[in-house]
Structure formats: C-alpha cells, structure tokens
Design a protein around this ligand. Structure first.
Ligand code: NCD
Length: 363
C-alpha cells in the first residue's frame, strides 16, 4: 500500500504528475467535484494546525468526499494514553485514507505499520512535512517555471523546521540547485540533510547573514522559530526574532525572487512585504489545497487498484534492520520513546551509519 510519509516516497515522475494534476484541478474544479463521493478522509491532528488540517478538509470536500477526525488530541483517546498504533488500527476501520500530524518524530511510520488504509504525514515533530513540500513545489513552479539551476535561500529555524527538511530533500533531485542556509549557529540544518545535499553533488553555504547573498536568490524561504521544540524557553526568546524580512532588505533582491513562508507568521516577514508581487506565502496555502487534492486522488486510486490488500490490518513494516538486543533510539522526541512497545527498526547506509527508521536520528 502506498503511503506518503516522506517526500522520497514519491518518484520525480510522480511529483511531476501530481504537479500537473494540481494545476489541472486549479483550472477545472468542476471536473473533480464528485470523484471521492462516498469516501472518507480522517484528519488526526495530535498537534495544532490551521492551514494543513483545513486544506486537507477543504480538499476532500471539493472532491465530493467526507471528513472525520479530531483537531485536538485532548478530545481523543490519546488523552487517556492510547498509543498511535491503536488509534490508527481503529480509525482505518472508519476511513479510506488518513492524514495525521503528530508531535513525535517518526509517528507516521508507526501509523503506516498498523494501518489498513493509506497514511499521509501532515507533519511529524521536527522531522518531515511532505505535503507542505508539494505546496512549495507548486508555488515555485508557478512563479519560476522550473526547479533546475535555482539558488534557494532558507532562512530561520533550519534545525527544527520540518518544512525545510522535506523541501531540501525534494529539491536535491533536480539539477544544479544551490542552497544558502541562513540561520543562527544554534538553529543550523541537521547534519544528515546537509549530507543529502552533498551526496547529490550540490552546493550549500551556511551563513548567519541574511543580506549577504540576497542578490543571488531565486527563492527566499523564511521560517518561524519553532517555539514548541525548545526545551529552554530563554533560548527561544533569545533566538525568536533572529531574522525579520523587511521591505528595505528586498531592494537588493532579484525582480522575480519568490518569497515563501509556510505560515503561521509571527515576526518573520513584515506585513509591508505582503503587497510586494514577489510575496508568495498566501498563494502557497491555496496551492496546498490543490496539491492535497491531487495526492488524495493518487493514493485512493492506487489503494483501489491494490484491492487484494483489503481492509484487513496487516503489519506492513519492511523490517529494515531489527536488532534482537535492546538497542534504543536516543532521540527523546522519537515515537519509539513514547510508544514503548514499538519495534525498534534501524536503517544503515553505505558508510555503515545506522539510523532509527522512524526519526532518522543517527545511533
Ligand atoms: C508549518 C508546520 O506546521 O511545520 N506550518 C504549516 O504546516 N503550514 C510551519 C510552522 O509551523 O512554522
């Protein structure tokens, strides 16, 4: 069964197909308005959300389907201590497809291992956010018409910003993309994502100066400092306004720079920038709806084809590498450290570096 846990679950051809479907949906809404008649999407949001949850809801409604779910774990059995895998086993008896957001890294893999229906990762902890990447790619395509030969500035919280992690991974499959990683020392991009950039023979520059490369950028992707991931609130307060994009900073920028932000906005971009035709962040939210429509269609279509799977719950884990000794992932935010009875799984690369299969933390 196909799930979308990570942007790498889609091939480059599939990404192009989804982008084409997203564009078609945006132009021919009536063609799609009944396709999901009789189907149900469950939106299970264990963490706050406005755009992602509502765009999933709107997406399913505009496809003629229905939506069930919760927006606050306090109103679900999670508040009584139910583990993710049990919730998923239950909900996959009620819905045809599930979009799930969770504060723990790797929770979507645990969900997929116990689900009878496709799982979509709607953001897991500080790890990944692949459907935001779909929205981001559609926005870049609409404004710049290509992904090759671009210089992409990523600014702000590159450590905890899951949207940045997924978008970088997606962009490394195109040609000659250069990344300018702008962050304070404390919020630098995790090592393993920098390694992915170099493995694809692409270049990145790390800097704390937002202005230095402004004239080179085709995209400036601003991010919010992710308060909810900080252990030390004083550190958050010290770093939260590290970068504020004001209109004057854009004087040096290209005429066609694409200014992006996954939203919500706190102080990252001055409201005076909103009227600049290069500001794309509200359009990003609309594109998110179209791309989520395209994704729901794709996953439901493939699920239908794969009817041999049926509605029965099977353990779909590919046992990537399972140790018999009690080796544990050391990431305190990993789902395996919340749901204790989850099987520990590890992946290794060519250099024999082992990572937790759920959260990708090196062990
Ligand atoms: C992002 C998220 O939740 O990771 N928001 C979103 O999905 N549009 C970014 C953020 O919260 O800052």
């Amino acid at each position: 069964m196909r799930h979308l846990l990570d942007i790498d679950d889609l091939s480059t051809e599939e990404l192009s197909e989804l982008l084409a479907t997203g564009a078609d949906i945006s132009k021919n809404k009536e063609k799609y308005m009944d396709i999901c008649h009789g189907k149900k999407l469950a939106t299970l949001f264990f963490e706050p959300s406005t755009r992602t949850r509502l765009s999933f809801t709107a997406a399913m409604m505009e496809l003629g389907g229905n939506v069930i779910g919760f927006s606050d774990p306090k109103s679900s059995s999670a508040s009584k201590g139910e583990c993710v895998s049990d919730t998923i086993r239950v909900v996959s008896n009620y819905a045809d497809i599930i979009a799930m957001r969770h504060p723990n890294d790797g929770a979507p893999l645990s969900a997929a291992m116990h689900s009878g229906v496709p799982i979509i990762n709607a953001g897991d902890g500080e790890h990944k956010h692949p459907t935001q990447t779909l929205a981001d790619l559609m926005t870049i395509q609409n404004h710049l018409g290509k992904f090759d030969n671009l210089t992409i500035g990523m600014c702000g919280d590159l450590k905890y910003g899951r949207t940045v992690h997924s978008l970088i991974v997606a962009l490394t499959r195109y040609k000659n993309v250069k990344f300018i990683l702008i962050s304070p020392e404390e919020l630098k991009l995790p090592r393993h994502i920098k390694d992915i950039i170099t493995e694809h023979d692409m270049q990145y520059i790390e800097t704390s100066d937002m202005n230095k490369y402004m004239q080179e950028l085709d995209v400036l992707y601003m991010t919010r400092v992710q308060q909810e991931r900080f252990v030390d609130i004083q550190e958050y307060l010290r770093l939260k306004d590290s970068y504020i994009l004001r209109a004057d900073k854009l004087k040096a920028a290209k005429k066609r720079i694409c200014i992006m932000l996954p939203l919500p906005r706190l102080n990252e971009i001055s409201k005076y920038v909103d009227d600049d035709p290069r500001a794309c962040y509200f359009e990003q939210t609309l594109n998110g709806k179209y791309m989520r429509m395209a994704l729901i269609l794709k996953l439901l279509d493939e699920y239908k084809k794969d009817s041999s799977v049926g509605r029965e719950i099977k353990n779909q884990a590919e046992p990537i590498m399972s140790f018999s000794k009690p080796l544990k992932c050391r990431n305190p935010h990993c789902i395996t450290n919340k749901d204790d009875d989850l099987k520990q799984l590890f992946v290794s690369d060519d250099n024999k570096v082992y990572r937790c299969a759920y959260c990708e933390q090196e062990i």
